[in-house]
Design a protein around this ligand. Structure first.
Ligand code: FES
Length: 328
């Protein structure tokens, strides 16, 4: 029985070893295949299977839309060909630029904002992300969403949340990085504000606010005439941030803009007046009139929010999500 197969990837032919995923075969043979988490959680490696069959290692239905599933999209990192295959992926204008940290400030006890001045412009769609690599920490690349609209393509801002003893994130949160060199590779991802007139529900948790701030800032500049409801989940009051910026978005927004902060760990004696519980438990209260949803934050939150929205009747094709998989 034949053990190795061949794959045609955007017109180039590669070989697939026994039990090898499409992604690892492509990378091994120097194809610049888009990828990030490599565990089936981010959809960066999605591609269209135009001929042949694959065996999927995990269920891709959480990260691919119904439309994509119907159109034979697969995750290259989770697909093992069981015969010769042909796949196509969208080549993006991804590039690597070098830059210097010109701004570093704490947003909360575990989230730091980094601003990077780059030597050459890097354009992106607000909502997308990039990989950062510090010159002083080579080969440790971490993905972060652009946190502002792309008004100055040589100035990039990211929110870095400390994950355990994460090598990259601990440095960013605990050490002084001002003046340090780093490289930024991007843009990646397909999370951005879709055109249209539908009212928007945003569900964000933790540092998941970054791409949302970028998208909303862009929408405001474009004078998008759509109502926005932003549900923001955090643990405690000290985990809320960017409140002044959200307030100014709200004040400048041409139509209704509702901001609903929700705390999951709220002590009984606290004077907190906002929502208490999990952010996903509040979706039902705010679903009326919503035509599109944008979800961003920890995978458990995103998956639960998606499930809730679908059960409340929102079309899965109108749900866009960015699951923040954490790597230490
Ligand atoms: Fe395949 Fe993230 S790289 S899903």
């Amino acid at each position: 029985k034949k053990k190795t197969f061949s794959a045609e990837v955007n017109g180039k032919t590669i070989t697939i070893a026994s039990k090898e995923t499409l992604l690892s075969a492509a990378l091994r043979q120097n194809i610049d295949f888009p990828n990030s988490c490599r565990v089936g959680g981010c959809a960066t490696c999605k591609c269209r299977l135009t001929s042949g069959k694959v065996r999927e290692l995990t269920d891709s239905s959480y990260v691919l839309s119904e439309h994509e599933l119907e159109n034979d999209f697969i995750l290259a990192c989770q697909s093992v060909p069981v015969g010769d295959v042909t796949v196509e992926y969208e080549e993006r204008a991804t590039k690597t630029v070098s830059g210097t940290v010109v701004g570093q400030s704490s947003l909360t006890h575990d989230i730091t904002q980094l601003t990077i001045k780059t030597n050459t412009p890097l354009s992106y769609r607000p909502g997308q992300y990039a990989e950062l690599e510090l010159a002083g920490l080579p080969n440790i690349k971490r993905s972060y969403s652009f946190a502002t609209a792309n008004s100055d393509p040589c100035s990039l801002t990211f929110f870095i949340r400390q994950v355990g003893n994460g090598r990259f994130s601990s440095r960013a949160v605990e050490e002084d990085l001002m003046g340090q060199s780093l490289s930024v590779t991007g843009p990646h991802g397909d999370f951005w504000l879709r055109a249209g007139e539908k009212d928007i529900l945003v569900v964000a948790g933790g540092s998941g606010l970054a791409p949302i701030m970028a998208m909303l800032e862009q929408a405001l500049t474009n004078r998008e005439n759509r109502s926005v409801t932003l549900l923001f989940g955090a643990r405690q009051q000290r985990d809320l941030y960017k409140l002044a910026e959200i307030k100014s978005l709200k004040d400048l927004w041409p139509t209704r803009f509702s901001f609903v902060p929700i705390l999951s760990e709220c002590s009984r004696d606290s004077d907190w007046q906002g929502g208490k519980g999990f952010v996903t438990d509040f979706i039902g209260e705010y679903i009326d009139g919503i035509g599109q949803a944008y979800l961003c934050g920890p995978p458990v939150m995103v998956d639960k929010a998606k499930e809730t929205l679908i059960s409340l009747g929102l079309n899965p094709n109108d749900i866009y999500a960015d699951r923040f998989t954490t790597v230490t």
